[in-house]
Design a protein around this ligand. Structure first.
Ligand code: SF4
Length: 363
């Protein structure tokens, strides 16, 4: 197999077939950086509207650096994995302070910024500055594992290193930007996970997996352990007079750090609920003891809204949600807050809570 030919065939195909994506309008490193951060864990089609909206509000690195963190969260809402936004925000502030607002072209300087790993550094610096750096994400791992018929688990560090070595060896002088994007584009448009379009592939005649009929059995991925189930009870307390709801800010570290939520807590073990007590009244007494602003109040018309699940990478929330009516707002302090409909739109909530709002509250 002549690797030089893979490179030439790929780059030629990319120049003819590349999609017009909003972050490809120019080689502004800030725009490319934001797009790369958004694209981690999220598909291109899903990212486009978020990218446009984010860029409409924060068109320059300086404007993002000057923004308030809560506003950045709000413009990230729906993309999930908020730590990406927080790191990006801290990193652009550091770029303003240390590099006069210019994304550093030095690998070591850029790689040392918050949230910037090997992939992001390689992708941004190669695409924006044409630096000969590999950018190996899930798409590239799959494409290279097939092209070279790599039989090992692509999730292992050892295989990733092998792939990084192969990509580094293929990088054409002066064309790193086009080559890395070509590999990503091939993975997105033709060399898809389930049914690769080998008949249209520009490098099919180099592909070891195709020659051996292994396209759909590669790459090899070790089975991930299933996320752990976490049972929760949530109570959506709402005032009878103006429909305000009680919300709570999550801790600054951990899952959905710093976002807002419907107050919730670990559901009682089934055998710890007194046989005489219904699940509903268990939720009521938990609400009164766990939610400080409700202590001493009467919860009227409490009923179950349903069960909601949300899967994170390592755990799955199974949340029983109850609605409770109280007469009016009570005194509350951090991390709780009463918010009316208008105020609610200014806070950033995790996806599962927005779904509950959409289904049960007037928008
Ligand atoms: S020939 Fe098929 S499996 Fe091989 S790189 Fe092309 S699309 Fe992927």
């Amino acid at each position: 197999m002549r690797t030089g030919t893979i490179t030439g065939d790929l780059v030629r195909w990319y120049e003819a077939a590349r999609r017009d994506l909003p972050w490809r309008l120019d080689s502004d490193p800030y725009r490319i950086w934001v797009s790369e951060v958004m694209l981690q864990q999220t598909r291109v089609e899903a990212v486009i509207p978020y990218f446009e909206r984010f860029m409409g509000r924060f068109p320059t690195l300086d404007s993002l650096a000057a923004a308030d963190g809560d506003e950045v969260d709000k413009f990230w809402e729906g993309l999930g994995y908020y730590s990406r936004a927080r790191n990006l925000h801290s990193a652009v502030r550091e770029v303003c302070e240390r590099y006069e607002g210019t994304v550093p072209a030095s690998y070591d300087d850029f790689r040392s910024l918050p949230g910037v790993g090997d992939y992001t550094a390689g992708a941004v610096l190669s695409i924006a500055y044409n630096q000969p750096l590999p950018a190996v994400d899930g798409n590239v791992l799959r494409v290279i594992a097939r092209l070279f018929a790599i039989p090992d688990d692509v999730m292992s560090q050892k295989t990733r290193k092998t792939v990084v070595g192969i990509v580094s060896g293929l990088l054409p002088v002066g064309r790193a930007s086009a080559f890395n994007q070509a590999l990503m584009e091939l993975g997105a448009l033709l060399c898809m996970p389930k049914s690769p379009h080998c008949a249209e592939c520009p490098v099919a005649h180099h592909c070891a997996a195709r020659q051996r009929g292994l396209q759909t059995s590669l790459p090899v991925r070790a089975r991930k352990s299933a996320p752990k189930d976490v049972h929760l009870t949530a109570v959506l307390a709402q005032t009878a007079d103006d429909g305000s709801i009680l919300v709570r800010r999550r801790p600054a570290r951990g899952l959905l750090a710093g976002l807002w939520e419907i107050p919730n807590w670990a559901a009682p073990e089934p055998n710890s609920v007194d046989l005489e007590t219904t699940v509903l009244s268990a939720a009521r007494s938990q609400a009164l003891s766990n939610m400080e602003p409700l202590r001493g109040r009467r919860l009227e018309e409490m009923h179950c809204l349903g069960q909601y699940t949300h899967t994170f990478s390592h755990r799955r929330w199974i949340m029983s949600v109850y609605h409770a009516q109280v007469d009016a707002r009570s005194h509350c302090r951090e991390p709780y807050r009463w918010v009316d409909r208008q105020e609610r739109t200014m806070y950033t909530f995790g996806q599962v809570f927005n779904k509950i709002f959409r289904e049960h509250l007037a928008q």
